[in-house]
Write a protein that binds this ligand. Structure first.
Ligand code: SAM
Length: 417
């Protein structure tokens, strides 16, 4: 195993969260990596921290050859999926890797798991996959909470008269004009109405889709969930080129299309991924306590997905304070929200330089049809009144970080965040 794994103490989560968000929830990272790539402009001296989710975007970053990649998730099953992918990169050829993780011929996983994959993942992930490998064998994108949600969604669209054939045809369209015409003829008149309103307002279904209960309340409380979903879906289907939209193709047809894949599944990135495996740390734990364990000024890129939608305002602020402390001067932080507006708290804003035009431009090309807002911030060198200097070099941060991470296992997590 060439990647490192760190297990942090984790306080018990609320019952609902434990019930809904355990096991594989996200079978794919539902954030458009092209937005992250342009926002980060990664270099070989960068230390990137990302929330794992299904591991796709951390691996998309690894393909860009950063000095260090830290992937954190409070749900160990998500990290087990990332580890299985890392073991696949380490031991398989690209074709077999794609058979499994692009689900072209996923059952081959049973031939390579025991001898190749299992010896290269942590004991915790071995325990998970020893019980759950069937999900990969039968096609990862049909399973996990999100996989189940997408199967229900496709059934629902069939019932509404938007057949699989209509959906297949849509994802081969090459112009926005064609998309708009197809959408207005085959989707809009059938999709939007009382049945779909009931569908998106049925909370357990949206939890299956990975919408955290707090996130549901945030969106519905501010924007009416049905209107929000309609606006986001209509935008993505008519204003963003659909030909290479692997997110919606997976949701709407259950599969990737040819080589229209996430970057980490593309053959041209396989060598870079393999060369970078020893620079990967997988952390089972909460982001805040992990950041507090790291040397000040040691991390240069923060990819935080939409985790702030899952938090109380107090934990939101506390987590941002942990980010400010761990950030290198001039570091970049990006996050998304299901709400059209989720600015950092006023106490934190003076430490940040926003890049609103860039964020708006990138959100306009978002293929995921999921987020109402996207944020790109530079962390000021004198953030929080603390003038900091970058750690001597990423190597030093690497050694310090790994040592501190390992040392952390003994320390009590103060408060989840
Ligand atoms: C925020 S969720 C949303 C994912 C995204 N919308 C998607 O579809 O891919 C992504 C992951 O963040 C993890 N997570 C949420 N809050 C966290 C925190 N404070 N620290 C670490 N992981 C967290 C969850 O376990 C989940 O796997």
């Amino acid at each position: 195993m060439r990647h490192k794994v760190i297990d942090l103490p984790m306080p018990r989560r609320p019952l609902l969260e434990r019930m809904v968000f355990h096991g594989i929830v996200f079978n794919m990272s539902w954030e458009d990596p092209e937005m992250d790539r342009q926002a980060f402009n990664l270099g070989s001296s960068d230390t990137v921290i990302s929330i794992s989710s299904a591991g796709c975007n951390p691996l998309n970053f690894l393909a860009q050859r950063p000095a260090r990649l830290i992937s954190v998730d409070s749900n160990p099953a998500q990290n087990a999926l990332l580890e299985l992918k890392l073991a696949g990169i380490e031991t398989l050829d690209h074709a077999t890797f794609c058979d499994i993780f692009a689900a072209r011929n996923p059952s081959v996983v049973t031939r390579v798991y025991a001898d190749k994959l299992r010896p290269n993942i942590s004991p915790r992930s071995q325990a998970y996959w020893d019980r759950n490998l069937w999900m990969i064998e039968r096609d990862l994108y049909r399973y996990g909470r999100m996989g189940l949600f997408c199967r229900i969604l496709r059934r629902f669209m069939n019932m509404m008269g938007i057949s699989a054939a209509i959906r297949e045809e849509f994802f081969e369209l090459r112009t926005l004009e064609e998309q708009k015409a197809h959408y207005e003829r085959h989707f809009a008149p059938k999709l939007w109405g009382p049945w779909t309103r009931r569908f998106v307002n049925f909370r357990p279904l949206m939890w299956l889709a990975g919408v955290h209960p707090r996130q549901f309340n945030l969106i519905d409380g501010r924007h009416d969930m049905y209107e929000y979903v309609r606006e986001r879906v209509e935008y993505a289907l008519t204003r963003v080129p659909v030909y290479d939209n692997y997110f919606l193709s997976l949701a709407g047809t259950g599969r990737f299309r040819g080589d229209r894949l996430p970057p980490y599944l593309m053959e041209r990135n396989f060598e870079a991924l393999r060369e970078g495996l020893h620079r990967v740390e997988v952390v089972n734990g909460w982001l805040g306590p992990y950041l507090d364990s790291q040397p000040a000024g040691s991390i240069s890129k923060f990819n935080l997905l939409d985790i702030f939608d899952w938090m109380t305002p107090a934990v939101f602020e506390q987590t941002l304070r942990s980010v400010l402390r761990a950030a290198r001067p001039g570091a970049t932080m990006i996050y998304r929200s299901g709400s059209y507006r989720l600015e950092p708290p006023a106490s934190i804003l003076p430490s940040l330089t926003p890049h609103s035009d860039l964020a708006k431009r990138l959100l306009a090309q978002d293929r995921s049809a999921t987020y109402g807002s996207f944020y790109v911030f530079t962390i000021r060198a004198d953030a929080d009144g603390v003038v900091r200097s970058a750690a001597a070099d990423s190597g030093a941060a690497l050694a310090q970080g790994a040592a501190a991470g390992a040392a952390l296992t003994g320390r009590e997590a103060v408060a989840a965040g």
